[in-house]
Ligand binder design. Structure first.
Ligand SMILES: [Zn+2]
Length: 443
C-alpha cells in the first residue's frame, strides 16, 4: 500500500468522523435490530435497542399508520424489505423527526388493528426492546374446532408448542432453539392424535410466532379442550443434567387464580359448565367457593393423573430427570378449568440430548409416548358426551349362578357378541371372571 492511499484513507476517516460524530454523540440510543413476526392473529414487531427506549407513538387514519417517535435515537437498521413477509405491514419508513436527534418511524399498515406498544427490559440473551403488537380486529376463528352438536363429540387435546417468534426459549449447547424443537414435537403429537378416532388435536401455535399465555388458554377454552399439553425442552447453566420431566400446577397459583375467578364469576362462570350456572347466580360466596374448589380439585387431580401416564410412557423412550410429576407454579399451567401439564422433553443444554431432541426419529418417539399417555388417560377418563365415552366397554364380573346367556340378556347383547368381544371359544364362564360388555344403544 503506498503512502498516498494511506493518507487519503486517513482523510476520509477524519471526514467521516467529523461529519457523523456529532449525530452519533447527540443520539444516546440506537436501534440495532428490527424483527417482524407474522402470526395467524397478529404481527409482532420487536425493536432491539442499545438503551431503554424513550418514545411516544400515535396512530393516523386514511391510510392507516402507526408513528413512533424515539427520542435521541439513531436507527442502524436497513428498513427496506423488513416487512416483506408480512401482510399487516405495508412498509416501514422514516419521516421527519419530531425533534433534533430524534428518530421518527412510520409503519404503514394494511388496515386498522388493535395495537399495543410496550418496552421490555433486558432478559436472557436480549437487551432493551420495544414491542409493537398488531392484532386483527376480527380474530380469525378458523383454528377453532367446529363442534358437532348432536353427534358424539371428539375429545379435544390442546397442544401447545412452547415459545416461538421473538421468544426462542432456551438455546442449546450447539445453538439450536427450543422453539423449533417444541414445534416439531407438537406437530408430530397432533398428527398422531388426529389419526385416532374420537380424539382431536388443536395446535395453539402452528408456526414461528409467539402466543401469549392468556390467549393460549382462551384458544384452548374456545376449542372446548379437555386437556392442555405444553411441550418444552429444559436448560440448565451446566451441561450435565439430562432427561425429561413433567410439571403440573401447584396449589398456590391455582388459589390466586381461583380468588380472581370468584370475584369475576359473572364473566367466568360459563367456563365452568354445569356448576358455572349455580356459581353465577348464587349470592353466597361460600357456595361459589365450594363449587369452584371442587372443580379446581378435580382439574388438579386430573392433571396429576395424566402426568403420571406421561411419565410412565416417556421412561420407555428417554431418560427421566424427575421420576414423579413436579408441582410448580407456572403461568403456562394457568388454565384453571382444563387439566394441564407441561412436558420438558429433555435438556437442550446437554450436548448429547440436544442432538437427540433435534433428531426427527427421537421426536417421533417422544410424541408417540405422549400420545399413548393421552390414550390411556382418556380410556379411563372419557369425558361425558364424547365418542370415547360411548365407545368404552362396560365390564361385568360373573357372579354365582350366572351363565353367559344370563349376562347377555342383562345387557341386551347376544351370546355371540359377548363371546367375540371376550375372545371366548366356549360358552363356559367361571365365577369372578370379568367380561367386557359391548356398548349398544340399549344398555
Ligand atoms: Zn420452555
Amino acid at each position: 500500500m503506498n503512502s498516498a492511499v494511506t493518507i487519503r484513507t486517513f482523510i476520509i476517516f477524519l471526514l467521516t468522523f467529523w461529519v457523523f460524530a456529532p449525530f452519533v454523540n447527540a443520539a444516546s440510543n440506537t436501534i440495532d435490530g428490527i424483527r417482524v413476526w407474522p402470526a395467524p392473529e397478529n404481527t409482532r414487531i420487536v425493536f432491539d435497542l442499545k438503551a431503554t427506549p424513550d418514545f411516544t407513538y400515535f396512530s393516523l387514519n386514511n391510510p392507516q399508520r402507526l408513528v413512533i417517535d424515539f427520542k435521541s435515537t439513531l436507527n442502524l437498521v436497513q428498513l427496506e424489505n423488513l416487512a416483506k413477509n408480512d401482510t399487516r405491514i405495508k412498509r416501514i419508513r422514516t419521516s421527519t423527526p419530531k425533534e433534533k436527534g430524534g428518530m421518527r418511524l412510520v409503519l404503514e399498515l394494511a388496515e386498522n388493528f388493535n395495537l399495543t406498544v410496550f418496552p421490555l427490559a433486558p432478559a436472557g440473551q436480549y437487551g432493551n426492546r420495544l414491542v409493537v403488537d398488531l392484532f386483527d380486529k376480527q380474530r380469525k376463528e378458523s383454528i377453532v374446532a367446529t363442534k358437532k352438536l348432536n353427534d358424539k363429540r371428539d375429545v379435544v387435546v390442546a397442544v401447545v408448542a412452547g415459545h416461538g417468534g421473538d421468544d426462542p426459549g432456551s438455546i442449546g449447547a450447539s445453538g439450536s432453539y427450543e422453539k423449533h424443537i417444541t414445534l416439531n414435537i407438537a406437530k408430530k403429537l397432533a398428527r398422531l392424535i388426529n389419526r385416532q378416532t374420537g380424539l382431536k388435536a388443536v395446535m395453539i401455535r402452528t408456526g414461528d410466532y409467539y402466543v401469549n399465555h392468556d390467549r393460549k388458554v382462551e384458544l384452548a377454552r374456545k376449542n372446548s379442550a379437555d386437556l392442555l399439553v405444553s411441550i418444552h425442552a429444559d436448560a440448565f447453566t451446566s451441561s450435565q443434567p439430562s432427561g425429561a420431566s413433567v410439571l403440573v400446577q401447584s396449589t398456590r397459583r391455582a388459589d390466586s387464580e381461583f380468588t380472581r375467578w370468584i370475584s369475576n364469576r359473572e364473566k367466568e362462570s360459563e367456563l365452568l359448565g354445569g356448576a358455572g350456572e349455580v356459581i353465577k347466580h348464587t349470592k353466597d360466596d361460600n357456595l361459589a367457593i365450594t363449587l369452584f374448589d371442587m372443580k379446581k380439585e378435580y382439574t388438579m387431580a386430573s392433571s396429576y393423573e395424566f402426568a403420571e401416564h406421561v411419565i410412565k410412557q416417556m421412561k420407555k423412550v428417554t431418560k427421566l430427570h424427575k421420576k414423579r410429576p413436579e408441582r410448580l407454579s407456572l403461568a403456562v399451567l394457568k388454565s384453571g378449568d382444563i387439566p394441564s401439564v407441561l412436558i420438558e422433553t429433555g435438556f437442550i443444554s446437554n450436548p448429547q440430548e440436544e442432538k437427540r431432541l433435534n433428531n426427527s426419529a427421537h421426536q417421533q418417539k417422544l410424541a408417540k409416548a405422549i400420545f399413548t399417555a393421552v390414550n390411556h388417560y382418556f380410556e379411563s377418563n372419557p369425558p361425558e358426551g364424547s365418542l370415547l365415552a360411548s365407545m368404552r366397554l362396560k365390564q361385568h364380573k360373573v357372579a354365582r349362578g350366572e351363565s353367559l346367556s344370563v349376562v347377555a340378556q342383562r345387557y341386551n347383547v347376544s351370546v355371540g357378541q359377548l363371546k367375540s368381544v371376550n375372545n371366548l371359544t366356549s360358552s363356559v364362564v367361571r365365577i369372578g371372571q370379568t367380561l367386557k360388555i359391548p356398548r349398544t344403544d340399549y344398555n
